[in-house]
Design a protein around this ligand. Structure first.
Ligand code: ASP
Ligand code: MG
Length: 424
């Protein structure tokens, strides 16, 4: 039993869909569960639909949704012949589900509507893929993952009800898999009242990992448009190197520090059952890719993560008293209320430094609320550089000519908050 996950880029055009079909066609032995994301930028487009609807711009919402409908119908039309009508009927059912709601007036919270609209992306893409596979002679079963993964009703960040979902997996997914291929969605689920939910952006990697865990899969493969995991983002660091072997610990750390390799929640379900994770390139499946498992690694190159758009909050007590437990407790309560998490903190005698992602509204609110306890200085436009397995040469190369605002290091990890050198 294997689990595959294909991201939005693997189904973003007719050529890509055909290519993904070809890869799947080479795994004919069955016992393969395939999770596929929404096509290309569909999720972003659907977010816009939900926003317009909630803002009371119903006509806009319907118009924007019309665009999404057209694109999917066009894809199905160019892709399918014998399966077209059956596929069209499926797509129309999903369109109706959304439109029925868009004709209403919003009376519930935004996050609820967001999930009811945004979940359509994966339902549409997987329906098209499933019909395409059928048409090309690849037997498969399409499953609506909302019938399998029950979640709580924390819309947009729903938690999977593990016990109920596991029993559904055993009852419905396992039998469908024996000798066959199952096509299903990631990122979405449903509450016990059959309301659709989503698990957080980019959550399909995580869904695939939960399936792998529950099915005791022999492996999970994430098919991406890059040759392998790299030691840095090649768009920012042209000298980035491929890494062919990693372990769970390293990947969870990389994801935590902001590397956009794999959704951070993906590792735990796999690690807990010792299931290896392969990252492979759908543009050239013959490339070795990366394997992530429990293995001990002899040596790793420096792994570089640059988080841009950071803000530094310099907080010092108003009356020169020590920044003790009560100040810190109050500060952390503020973080909790505003749902922000600092990426780096450093405590001093009468002050605390916090580095956070710059969500302007939240930062404004945080600075204002914190000003009841501290003197607050806000500095924007900074970048947090993290180097795992750092060495002097790498540190120097990446920080020379930059102003260092704050630096922290452990034996394994160096973090520097950098900005352009003032006056340089
Ligand atoms: N389609 C969703 C997103 O773009 C989930 C995913 O692709 O993982 O966030
Ligand atoms: Mg994606």
């Amino acid at each position: 039993m294997k689990v595959f996950k294909f991201g939005g880029a693997s189904v973003s055009s007719l050529e890509r869909i055909k290519n993904t079909g070809e890869i799947l066609g080479s795994f004919t032995e069955g016992n393969l569960l395939v999770v596929i994301s929404a096509m290309g930028k569909t999720t972003n487009a659907l977010e816009k639909v939900a926003e317009a609807f909630f803002a009371g711009r119903q006509d806009d919402a319907l118009l924007l949704f019309e665009q999404v409908k057209k694109e999917h119908l066009k894809t199905a039309k160019y892709l399918l012949v014998t399966e077209y009508l059956a596929c069209e009927a499926r797509l129309k059912d999903f369109f109706t589900e959304v439109e029925w709601m868009l004709h209403d007036k919003p009376v519930r919270a935004f996050d609820y509507y967001y999930d009811q609209v945004v979940c359509a992306g994966e339902l549409l893409s997987t329906a098209i893929m499933s019909h395409y596979l059928t048409e090309t002679g690849i037997e498969n079963t399409w499953i609506d993952v909302r019938d399998i993964f029950r979640t709580d009703n924390n819309f947009r960040d729903a938690k999977i009800d593990w016990d109920y979902s596991l029993s559904q997996v055993r009852m419905h997914v396992l039998p469908a898999l024996s000798g066959r291929m199952v096509i299903t969605q990631g990122f979405i689920g449903a509450t016990d009242e059959n309301e659709s939910t989503t698990l957080g952006r980019e959550g399909s990697d995580y869904t695939a990992a939960v399936f792998a865990n529950m099915l005791n899969a022999e492996s999970q493969t994430i098919w991406k448009d890059v040759p392998s995991v790299m030691n840095a983002d090649p768009r920012k660091f042209p000298e980035a190197q491929p890494i062919h072997e990693l372990n769970y610990r390293e990947v969870i750390e990389m994801a935590y520090y902001g590397a956009q390799v794999i959704h951070p929640k993906t590792i735990k379900p796999l690690q807990n059952k010792g299931i290896p994770l392969y990252v492979k390139c759908f543009l050239d499946p013959s490339l070795p890719g990366t394997v992530i498992s429990n293995q001990r690694l002899k040596s790793l190159p420096p792994i570089i993560v640059l988080k841009e758009n950071q803000v530094l909050l310099e907080l010092s007590t108003l009356d020169y008293s020590f920044a003790g437990d009560e100040h810190l407790a109050q500060l952390y309560r503020l973080f909790d209320t505003l749902k922000v998490r600092p990426n780096l903190t450093q405590n001093g005698a009468i002050g605390v430094l916090c580095v956070l992602d710059d969500h302007p509204e939240k930062i404004e609110k945080l600075a204002l609320d914190a000003s009841g306890i501290f003197d607050v200085t806000v500095s924007r436009g900074l970048s947090l550089l993290t180097i795992r397995h750092y060495d002097e040469a790498t540190e120097k190369r990446l920080t020379t000519g930059k102003k260092s605002w704050l630096k922290q290091q452990t034996a394994e990890t160096l973090q520097v908050l950098i900005g352009e050198q003032a006056g340089a």
